[in-house]
Design a protein around this ligand. Structure first.
Ligand SMILES: Nc1nc2c(ncn2[C@@H]2O[C@H](COP(=O)(O)OP(=O)(O)OP(=O)(O)O)[C@@H](O)[C@H]2O)c(=O)[nH]1
Ligand SMILES: [Mg+2]
Length: 326
């Protein structure tokens, strides 16, 4: 698909916050089109200002409702907001996209607000990477606050929330999903824990358990994870949550940790980019796929060893010295 307009114009429009231009750019990212990379390259100098908050939790904990209310809070404070909702693919959440749209339609017509759902199926180069690129784009488009909603299951999801400057983990009382059952990984990455639906029975118990659990966790970089109770559907506790997020941000900015985290983050991203570029070069095109299948069959039949097979792939990808090394 050709770019909708000249790339310079497209870049300018994205940076001006033009909704259509941003949407088209996201589609280009999702489809892994070549212009997406050029676009991101050109907008990159404009990025680095947005604050990314990842909001994660089990299905139905109220993430979308909370994101909606938090967005409204930021908008009321003159901050532009970008929302990326990463939808799970499991069939029973088929209505999630529609549901999110409906819940968030209160923001329709607000040009300071951009919402996009991303499907999780069939992403070339990984969902985490696509999400990261969309976040960069929204950053360039002048969104001060970028909120990423994701269901906290699977490595992909954990990778996504790792992108964020601040990770909010959502729990709800009375679902039998007490902390013991919570993914250990999430417990480790949560900067702020939200007990949503705290109008329900069991909020005290969950609060108690959570505090007990967190008291055992070593503070990371001097930050003790915080607990906030909310009733997102009634807009309660949202201001407290926003204050905790701001507090976390201030903590990291003043300690210089933010820069260290960003360097670490980019190291990871560069490795991922390198990996996907190298894979592309070694396996690119239909021919590459066919070669891979042929070599795999040869190895499976013990007609070739895997090391020789990889060397052959590298040699054909133009990595000349690789064959000699092996
Ligand atoms: N009682 C109560 N209900 C809530 C609260 N927050 C959200 N809900 C309701 O919980 C249901 C699920 O909310 P969503 O915001 O769609 O949850 P979600 O985590 O985004 O769900 P998925 O995206 O499908 O994982 C909706 O019916 C909300 O109205 C709350 O604080 N209390
Ligand atoms: Mg949702």
């Amino acid at each position: 698909m050709p770019p909708p307009v000249e790339i310079d114009t497209w870049v300018a429009k994205v940076c001006a916050g033009d909704v259509r231009a941003i949407s088209q750019a996201i589609t280009a990212i999702e489809n892994h089109q070549a212009q997406a990379e050029e676009l991101l390259r050109q907008v990159f100098p404009r990025t680095g200002k947005a604050y990314l908050t990842g909001i994660t939790g089990a299905p139905g904990t109220g993430k979308s409702t909370l994101v909606d209310r938090l967005s409204a809070y930021y908008r009321a404070h003159q901050e532009q907001v970008g929302v990326i909702a990463v939808d799970p693919t499991s069939p029973y959440t088929g209505g999630a996209i529609l549901g999110d749209r409906i819940r968030m339609q209160g923001h329709a017509g607000d040009s300071g607000m951009f919402i996009r759902s991303m499907a999780t199926r069939g992403f070339l180069g990984g969902l985490a990477r696509a999400t990261a690129e969309v976040a960069l784009l929204l950053d360039a488009a002048g969104k001060h606050q970028v909120l990423i909603e994701t269901v906290g299951v699977g490595q992909d999801e954990v990778d996504i929330v790792r992108l964020a400057d601040c990770v909010v983990v959502m729990l709800v009382p009375g679902l039998g999903d007490d902390i013991q059952n919570m993914k250990a990984g999430l417990m480790e990455i949560g900067d702020i824990f939200v007990i949503n639906k705290s109008d329900r029975e069991g909020a005290d118990r969950l609060d108690h358990e959570l505090h007990a659990m967190l008291s055992l966790v070593m503070p990371r970089d001097g930050w003790q994870p915080q607990v906030v109770r909310t009733i997102a559907s009634e807009n309660k506790g949202i201001d407290v949550l926003a204050a905790k997020i701001a507090g976390f941000r201030a903590h990291f900015e003043s300690s210089g940790e933010r820069r260290r985290k960003h360097v670490e983050h980019w190291k990871q991203r560069l490795l991922e980019l390198l990996e996907s570029r190298l894979l592309q070069r070694a396996l690119g095109g239909a021919e590459g796929e066919a070669r891979l299948a042929r070599l795999a069959a040869e190895v499976a039949d013990r007609r070739k060893d895997p090391f020789t097979a990889v060397s052959e792939i590298l040699a054909s990808g133009g990595f000349a010295s690789a064959t000699k090394e092996n």
